[in-house]
Design a binder for this molecule. Structure first.
Ligand SMILES: Nc1ncnc2c1ncn2[C@@H]1O[C@H](COP(=O)(O)OP(=O)(O)OP(=O)(O)O)[C@@H](O)[C@H]1O
Ligand SMILES: [Mg+2]
Length: 306
């Protein structure tokens, strides 16, 4: 699972629209030039666990859309499960993309996280579903959740609804990952209010840094008012294309701005990820030997190491 792949010479740049043709040569740690301020750092395999819990709760958030939040939640979760961790994925986006990405027909579900938030006495065990990945469970959501956002506004303790909902299962899991919607509204605030830390996927594109100041501002406010222990777990560079100068520049700027907060793992732009959504399974099982799967395994080791 963790054997280093032989070094492959970087291919000549291809046309933009053929970017996904050489997935097996994904840029990994050892290919990031030192000029980017990074050195190869071996992240050790995590020690096996003999017992489980209490869970670390990690919110995967960025109000910018399409930066890889859902993809990262699924694949980080699956990689953590491969390392023997018990993982719960929380779909906290009314679009239900996380549920769909795991092959769950979210719109057909009778009970979702909405019921846990809004109904007293709703049983979390009736909502949690197993996934095809051993050790990884899912709290699904669907469009009903958008109603919760409206209905919660008038409730006392409206920011703590998610924290209350997941509390009964904290002892069962090692890691709980919350896939946030692309906004800084009440649902995302709920996630930040109950999380130990936040993982921020950041696409290697111009303008991707623009919204980060606003996100940092929100994190600070949540720390001051709701959750003083909230920390930033790290920033994950996604949609990286090793052959364009442009994405390298953006990653360089991210490194300059955030230094050690940036994970060594870099997620390349590859068509393998959209494929996994169609397949309804994580890349770690869909294409276990791919660069994308290896990158998420490295991220999992870093997360457990931090
Ligand atoms: N590394 C990648 N390379 C290529 N495509 C990717 C990659 N990661 C994600 N994608 C694709 O990009 C799209 C957006 O990804 P994803 O849904 O994970 O982002 P998101 O931040 O959760 O989006 P939203 O803000 O809408 O919730 C999806 O179609 C996904 O399959
Ligand atoms: Mg998403």
């Amino acid at each position: 699972m963790d054997t280093p792949r032989p070094f492959a010479p970087r291919p000549e740049p291809l046309d933009e629209d053929r970017y996904d043709d050489h997935d097996e040569q994904d840029t990994e740690l050892d290919e990031v030039p030192e000029s980017m301020g990074r050195h190869r750092l071996k992240v050790p395999d995590p020690a096996p666990l003999t017992e489980h819990g209490p869970a670390r709760v990690i919110a995967v958030a960025n109000q910018k859309g399409g930066v890889g939040k859902t993809t990262s939640t699924i694949n980080l979760g699956a990689a953590l499960a491969e390392y023997g961790r018990r993982v719960l994925l929380v779909d906290f986006d009314p679009q239900g993309a996380l549920s769909v990405g795991l092959g769950v027909q979210a719109h057909e579900l009778d009970t979702t996280i909405y019921n846990l938030l809004m109904e007293r006495g709703a049983e979390i065990d009736e909502v949690i579903r197993k996934t095809n990945v051993p050790g990884m469970d899912l709290l699904p959501s669907n469009i009903d959740l958008s109603a919760a956002e409206v209905q919660l506004v008038t409730e006392v303790g409206r920011e703590q609804a998610l924290g209350r909902a997941i509390k009964p299962v904290l002892d069962r899991y090692d890691v709980i990952l919350i896939d946030c919607q692309p906004s800084l509204g009440l649902l995302t605030i709920n996630a930040l209010a109950c999380a130990d830390s936040i993982l921020i996927p950041l696409a290697c594109e111009f303008f991707s840094l623009r919204g980060v100041a606003l996100l940092m501002d929100t994190i600070e406010k949540v720390q001051q008012r709701l959750n003083p222990d909230l920390t930033i777990l790290g920033i994950l560079a996604t949609m990286f294309d090793p052959r364009t100068l442009h994405t390298k520049e953006v990653r360089q700027r991210v490194l300059e701005a955030f230094g050690d907060l940036v994970f060594e793992a870099v997620i390349n732009r590859t068509v393998r990820f959209p494929e996994t959504t169609v397949a309804g399974e994580p890349i770690t099982t869909w294409a276990p030997g791919s660069g994308g799967a290896e990158s998420y395994r490295l991220l999992a080791r870093e997360v457990l190491h931090r």
